[in-house]
Design a binder for this molecule. Structure first.
Ligand SMILES: Cc1ncc(COP(=O)(O)O)c(C=O)c1O
Length: 414
C-alpha cells in the first residue's frame, strides 16, 4: 500500500485483520456457547457494526449514547453498565438495552421501578431496527434483565492501578460484604444454605477486572469470585466476565478460557457473557502521520501532525509506547529521533525511536495497533484536526469513511 496517497493524520482500519479477530471470537462462541459483546468504549467505528454483528452476539455500552449507537447500528444484544444512571437516561435505556447492570444496590433500588414498568409491557422478543436477523432478545422491545457488578477483590494487574477496578478504594463493583449488606437492607432473608435470597428481578452478576490479560489471570479472578459468591451463582441466570481478555493476541490461552466458560455453564447452568473491546480490533488499525519539521535540542525531534494528547491519549495515560512500522528502540538503529507533535503541550511526546535511515520532513510514519482506544478518545485540543477514518478493505483498496474539518472543531464549542 502507498502510505503517501491520502491526507494525514488518518486512522486506517484493516478489514482483513478485523475479520481475523472476529473469526477467533465467533469460534469461541461456537465452541462454548458464550456470548461475545463488542465493548464500544474501545472501538466504535459503527460503519463496521453490520460486519461485526455477523460474527458476535452484540454490543455493550458505558452509558446512554453508546447504548443508542449499538442499538441503531448493530441492533443485536445490547448491554449497559455505568457506575450510576440518571433517571432520564434510564427511561431511554430500558428501550434500548436487554441487560442493565448496576454498580450498587442504591442504583438498583432507584431504577428498579422504571425497569419493572418497562418489563410489564415489553414484548419477549425484540425486533431489530436494522432488519438484520435478530437473535433471541436482540433489537428493541425486549424485557430488561438486571445484574449487579461485583468487585471480586482480586487484583491481577501489576503496575497500573488506573486500570485496576480491584485496586484499594475502587468505586467499581460491590464487594462481598457490601453485597450481603445490600441484600439485608432490602429485607431479603438468609436461606438454609446460609446465603440471602435474591430479589426476583436480579438475574445476573458481572465483574470486570482485567486489562490486556491472559486466561490464567481470569482463572485466578474467577476462583476468588467463586469462593465468595458460589451460593449466589446458583441463584442467577447469567454471568458477565467483563473485558480485558486479550483473546486475539497470538499465544493467548484460549483453551483455558474455553474450559472456564464451559465449567461455569455446566456447573451453574449460567449464560456466560464476555465483553472485550481491545480483542475485537487488536492490531487492526494504523495512524498515519506526516513529519512537519525536525528540530534539535540535544536530540533530533520530529514534529508530527499526529499527537499523543489528541489522537492516542493512552500513550500518556498508560503510559505505553505505540508500535511504529520501521521503528526500533532508541539507539538500536543508526538514526534516533524523539517523536512529538504540533500541540503546545511540552509533554506531548510519543517516544524515542530509531530508524535504519534518516527521516526527512514530509516523510510519513505509520503507528500500529491504532484502531482501539484511539478514535473513541480523540479530541481537538489546540484546534488540532481530528484524523480522518479510512478503511482498508480485504481486496486492498482504501476508502475514506469520514473526514473531519473546522466545523467539527467549532461544532463542539460555543
Ligand atoms: C466494564 C467494562 N467492560 C469491558 C471493557 C473492555 O475492556 P478491554 O477493551 O480491555 O477488553 C472495559 C474497559 O474498561 C470495561 O470497563
Amino acid at each position: 500500500m502507498d502510505w503517501n496517497e491520502f491526507p494525514t493524520p488518518c486512522y486506517i482500519v484493516d478489514e482483513k485483520k478485523l475479520k481475523e479477530n472476529l473469526m477467533i471470537l465467533r469460534q469461541l462462541e461456537q465452541d462454548t456457547g458464550c456470548h461475545i459483546l463488542l465493548a464500544q468504549k474501545a472501538f466504535s467505528m459503527y460503519a463496521l457494526y453490520p460486519l461485526i454483528g455477523n460474527y458476535i452476539s452484540g454490543t455493550t455500552a458505558s452509558g446512554l449514547f453508546e447504548a443508542r449507537l449499538g442499538h441503531e447500528e448493530m441492533g443485536k444484544e445490547n448491554h449497559v453498565f455505568a457506575p450510576a444512571y440518571k433517571e432520564k437516561d434510564m427511561a431511554e435505556l430500558v428501550k434500548l438495552c436487554d441487560h442493565i447492570i448496576f454498580n450498587s444496590f442504591a442504583q438498583y433500588e432507584k431504577h428498579r421501578k422504571t425497569v419493572a414498568a418497562w418489563n410489564s409491557g415489553a414484548e419477549p422478543v425484540r425486533i431489530s431496527e436494522r432488519g438484520s436477523a435478530p437473535g433471541k432478545d436482540a433489537g428493541a422491545g425486549a424485557k430488561v434483565s438486571v445484574g449487579i457488578r461485583i468487585n471480586p477483590e482480586c487484583s491481577t494487574q501489576e503496575g497500573h492501578s488506573i486500570y485496576d477496578p480491584c485496586a484499594p478504594g475502587s468505586r467499581l463493583g460491590v464487594t462481598f460484604a457490601e453485597f450481603e449488606k445490600g441484600l439485608a437492607a432490602l429485607g431479603m432473608e438468609r436461606g438454609t444454605d446460609g446465603a440471602f435470597e435474591l430479589p426476583a428481578d436480579i438475574e445476573g452478576l458481572h465483574f470486570h477486572t482485567l486489562c490486556e490479560q491472559d486466561a490464567d489471570d481470569l482463572l485466578t479472578t474467577f476462583s476468588a469470585f467463586e469462593e465468595k459468591f458460589k451460593l449466589y451463582l446458583g441463584k442467577v441466570k447469567w454471568l458477565n466476565m467483563g473485558g480485558g481478555h486479550h483473546i486475539t493476541r497470538p499465544g493467548y490461552q484460549i483453551d483455558r478460557l474455553k474450559e472456564l466458560i464451559c465449567y461455569v455453564r455446566d456447573t451453574y447452568q449460567l449464560e456466560v457473557y464476555l465483553e472485550p473491546g481491545e480483542a475485537i480490533a487488536l492490531n487492526a488499525g494504523y495512524l498515519v502521520t506526516e513529519v512537519c519539521d525536525i528540530v534539535h535540542n540535544g536530540t533530533d525531534i520530529l514534529i508530527l501532525d499526529a499527537s499523543a494528547a489528541c489522537h492516542m491519549p493512552d500513550v500518556l495515560e498508560m503510559p505505553y509506547r505505540p508500535p511504529l512500522r520501521g521503528g526500533y528502540p532508541a539507539g538500536e538503529k543508526p538514526y534516533t529521533y524523539r517523536l512529538s507533535s504540533l500541540t503546545c503541550l511540552a509533554g506531548d511526546v510519543i517516544g524515542d525511536y530509531s530508524f535504519e535511515r534518516e527521516v526527512h520532513i514530509g516523510d510519513r510514519l505509520v503507528f500500529e495497533d491504532m484502531a482501539i482506544y484511539s478514535m473513541v478518545k480523540n479530541n481537538t485540543f489546540n484546534g488540532i484536526p481530528l484524523p480522518g477514518i479510512m478503511l482498508l478493505t480485504e481486496d486492498g483498496t482504501l476508502h475514506m469513511v469520514k473526514e473531519f474539518g473546522y466545523e467539527d472543531f467549532k461544532g463542539r464549542l460555543s
